[in-house]
Design a protein around this ligand. Structure first.
Ligand code: Z5A
Length: 211
């Protein structure tokens, strides 16, 4: 019988290069004979995608930070039940573009909610399931914003002030320092090929049982 699949998450501020790296991660895993489920948060299910619209759009632009956090976890509960757990139990790797570290960064750090309430929701919703590997693409805020700014109109998070992203980045980095066995922080200001090489090397360690 196959074992449980590996759960891999990719994190970073906007413009860090997550979308760019996800294609390379999928290609690497397929090259290793695996059949990964590629998904994202908020989203990944019809309900999750509807919640994503609420979170990123401007219809409820002034939503309360607790409400925002609960919406993120509502989408996550559905995602875990319908997509993530079934795939892991079937032995497939799951690669998720953002997960709970983003909640710590954006709601805990950015919105100033702190970690305790997020820990409580994490333990309720995830029941002990945490990623096996988290790739944190770390970029200076201005560089990430400049890269992202080349594209479309900003969403509700992208139009936040610089200090919001500074707090989010500080939370991401603090968590990476505290959990080096799970979170691999990569300097994402490097050229894309170098970033991908660092990611595949971390994936190789995970799959070969050394990480
Ligand atoms: N959110 C939250 O608040 N709480 C939560 O719990 C969760 C999420 C899960 C949506 O996330 C928002 O949800 C997010 C936080 C919130 N908002 N913010 N900010 P998202 O992941 O969907 O959106 P995003 O962070 O805005 O993603 P993004 O802007 O698409 O960033 P990216 O995927 O990291 O960047 P990219 O598209 O790969 O790259 C951007 C550009 O840079 C592109 O033109 C690339 O060609 C270029 N690029 C990428 N890498 C490089 C390198 N290495 N060198 C040069 N150029 C590069």
């Amino acid at each position: 019988m196959r074992g449980r699949g590996r759960f891999i998450t990719v994190e970073g501020l906007e413009g860090a290069g997550k979308s760019t790296c996800l294609a390379g991660i999928e290609q690497y895993l397929r090259g290793r004979g695996l059949d990964p489920v590629m998904t994202r948060e908020p989203g990944g299910t019809p309900l999750g995608e509807a919640i994503r619209q609420l979170l990123l759009g401007f219809d409820h632009a002034d939503m309360n930070a607790d409400a925002e956090t609960l919406l993120v976890f509502a989408a996550r509960a559905e995602h875990l039940a319908k997509v993530i757990r079934p795939a892991l139990e079937a032995g497939r790797p799951v690669v998720c573009d953002r997960f709970t570290d983003a909640t710590y960064a954006y709601q805990g750090g950015g919105r100033g909610l702190g970690e305790a309430r997020i820990e409580a929701l994490e333990s309720w919703v995830q029941q002990g399931l945490v990623p096996d590997l988290t790739v944190l693409l770390d970029v200076p805020i201005e560089l990430g914003l400049a890269r992202a700014g080349r594209r479309s109109a900003p969403d509700r998070f992208e139009q936040e002030r610089l200090e919001f992203f500074e707090r989010a980045r500080a939370m991401y980095r603090a968590r990476a320092q505290r959990m080096p066995e799970r979170i691999v922080m990569i300097d994402a200001s490097a050229p894309a090929e170098e970033v991908l090489a660092a990611i595949t090397s971390a994936l190789g360690r995970l799959l070969d049982g050394a990480g």
